[in-house]
Design a protein around this ligand. Structure first.
Ligand code: ZN
Ligand code: ZN
Ligand code: ZN
Length: 372
């Protein structure tokens, strides 16, 4: 187990978020239950319901957490709670009337993307002079640059996913359903310390050509190419890795050729990672390798996404994202080629930016894995 985050850790995050909000021209932030709340104070309500829970941050005012009275004892246990003023409201009271005094009636606030519309509407009705924007739009980099403790957790999650991949190479594929192999992957992730499995993609044969395919009833056959993409959370931080395997050692020439191209695209993009290079440039570099090899029209998604306390978050490695890479950022590099009705190939590693370049959190071999 890594060292748990302390009240001091949360105090520092709360102060930085408040300062970043001011720098972005906001009066403050209203944070709903979800990843941002976990990041800022370590509190996750047992269930996210219609009852309002909201963290309010604004310059010159202590951070305040508004909670339903019945959930107050849980909130008090959060490691970040000592850094917060706790306010509660009881069923039958108006939670927006409890929250309104914490807000500037003419203020401009960033609110969590996942806040319920009814809560934003309630706050707007209580304070018609306020102005609102999406937190991700206002502060896209709030959680993007990881601290040392977070990098350790992400590295450990990556190592556990790698162990799961080594394990899956040993199970039989031929004659079993995709869902059976997916269940094996899920069990391996848990065995190696994940508390939560977010996805186990097993895309065999033509199903591999659909990047959003999860796992289905298809029975895997000898000669299939299979995309394996899996991850979840370990000690609160995410893993996400993809390898492509072939059932049997008799690999068709085109499968090997496409795999070599994707592998080169992944490696070339990885080698380009260094501070100051933009997110879109990494996408362009991976895409150029695949386009130059004649498969550009079959690379149908962005090159990567950030990862942290969730498995998909900003920054996105996509055309139009001009955010420069900063040491401590963590994201996937996952180019792929998808030949409709035939097969798909994707290779994905989580990578962090260091002063010297990229460092991988996934380190299993990139070659086409052979399974039986
Ligand atoms: Zn993935
Ligand atoms: Zn991914
Ligand atoms: Zn994904």
């Amino acid at each position: 187990m890594p060292r748990p985050f302390t009240t001091d850790d949360y105090t520092a995050r709360l102060a930085r978020a408040t300062a970043d909000a001011s720098a972005a021209g906001l009066t403050g932030l209203v944070v709903a239950p979800g990843p941002d709340l976990v990041y800022l104070c370590g509190y996750q309500p047992t269930a996210i319901t219609e009852r309002l829970t909201a963290l309010v941050l604004s310059a010159g005012r202590a951070p305040a957490l508004v909670v339903p009275k019945l959930e107050r004892p849980d909130a008090e246990k959060a490691a970040g709670a000592p850094a917060l003023d706790l306010l509660d409201w009881t069923d039958g009271e108006d939670p927006y009337a409890t929250t309104a005094p914490l807000l500037d009636p003419a203020g401009r606030y960033g609110i969590s993307d996942n806040a319920w519309a009814m809560h934003l509407l309630g706050l707007q009705a209580a304070l018609p002079g306020t102005d609102w924007t999406s937190l991700t739009e206002a502060l896209p980099m709030l959680r993007a640059v990881k601290g040392t403790d977070e990098l350790e957790r992400l590295a450990a999650a990556g190592g556990a996913a790698d162990a799961a991949y080594r394990g899956i190479l040993e199970v039989g594929f031929a004659g079993r359903r995709e869902t059976d192999v997916a269940a094996d992957l899920s069990a391996l992730l848990i065995q190696y310390g994940h508390s939560q499995v977010d996805f186990t993609v097993v895309g065999s044969g033509p199903n591999g050509a659909n990047p959003h395919h999860e796992a289905g009833d298809r029975v895997i056959r000898p000669g299939d190419t299979v995309v394996l993409d899996f991850g979840g959370l370990k000690d609160g931080y995410g893993s996400d890795t993809t390898r492509t395997v072939h059932v049997g050692a008799d690999v068709p020439d085109e499968v090997q050729k496409v795999h070599d191209i994707v592998r080169r695209a992944q490696q070339t993009a990885f080698e380009a990672v260094r501070p100051g290079v933009t997110c879109q440039e990494i996408d362009r570099i991976a895409r150029r390798v695949i386009t130059d090899a004649g498969y550009g029209e079959y690379f149908i998604h962005r090159t990567g996404h950030g990862i942290g306390i969730t498995t998909h978050e900003p920054p996105y490695l996509v055309e139009g994202e001009e955010q420069p890479l900063v040491p401590g950022m963590c994201f996937s590099i996952e180019p792929g080629v998808y030949l409709p009705g035939r097969f798909g190939v994707r290779i994905e590693d989580i990578v962090t930016v260091t002063g010297q370049g990229g460092r991988r959190f996934n380190n299993t071999p990139h070659e086409l894995g052979i399974v039986s």
